[in-house]
Design a protein around this ligand. Structure first.
Ligand code: CA
Length: 233
């Protein structure tokens, strides 16, 4: 966690009145809060380290459900849905698409703060770490901390996302195109070759010998795959 003492949150909501008051309450409670008025803007902000997303169902560009599904394709970040639809089936649908909790509008900002606190407590308890090669590489998916031989390693957000994207899919060859797509936020702002530079830096940080990597292997003509061996729990 960086800027916010209690964590970094993203509110995706186009109604300024609602995002303003929600942001104010959450900031008073110690969070750092960013606001996106559209799904497009939200997708850009997903590159930042985030601890939780508050997502409105009614957005001007794509439905909140759709954005939730997009986020869930490669992230298990906690999501609270804001919904004006209170029918039971909508709630169930909301949770089915990958949201962790929902709040029905109109809601009290205090209630939302309590839900955020509760959800973060819950997810922290089940904090997910990925450990490889007898603990020589440990990735904390929740806090974004990476340890190499028990020593903390500082990765850039892009390096972390590349590492996590690969490590979550052991032995699966990921093309540069796929990595740009997943890591740069689902669109094509980056050039595929910049992935090579990031992987090179990543190897300097996590490999004993970057020339003979035991974690990120180059598959010539195709891309990269993660070859670390996951430790038993
Ligand atoms: Ca809205």
């Amino acid at each position: 966690m960086t800027a916010g003492k209690k964590g970094n949150l993203l509110i995706v909501e186009d109604e300024k009145k609602i995002s303003d008051i929600t942001k104010a309450y959450l900031e008073r409670d110690g969070y750092h809060v960013s606001v996106a008025e559209t799904a497009e803007r939200a997708i850009k902000l997903l590159k930042e380290p985030l601890d939780l997303i508050i997502l409105d169902l009614m957005l001007p560009d794509i439905p909140g459900e759709e954005l939730c599904r997009l986020i869930r394709q490669d992230s298990d970040i906690p999501i609270i849905m804001l919904t004006a639809k209170s029918a039971e089936e909508d709630r169930i649908k909301g949770l089915g698409m990958g949201a962790d909790d929902y709040v029905v509008k109109p809601f009290s900002p205090r209630e939302l703060v309590a839900r955020v606190n509760a959800l973060l407590r819950r997810t922290k308890k089940s904090a997910k770490t990925l450990s490889f090669n007898q603990g020589s590489l440990v990735i904390d998916v929740t806090t974004h901390e990476v340890k190499k031989n028990k020593e903390p390693v500082t990765l850039t957000p892009t390096e972390f996302r590349i590492l996590l994207t690969l490590a979550e899919r052991p032995l699966v060859v990921m093309s540069r195109h796929q990595l740009v797509n997943l890591v740069q936020g689902y669109d094509f702002e980056g050039y595929e070759r910049t992935i090579d530079a990031h992987v090179k830096n990543l190897r300097q940080k996590i490999e004993d010998n970057p020339k003979e990597p035991v974690f990120i292997k180059t598959v010539y003509g195709l891309g990269y795959k993660f070859i670390g061996i996951r430790d038993e729990k």
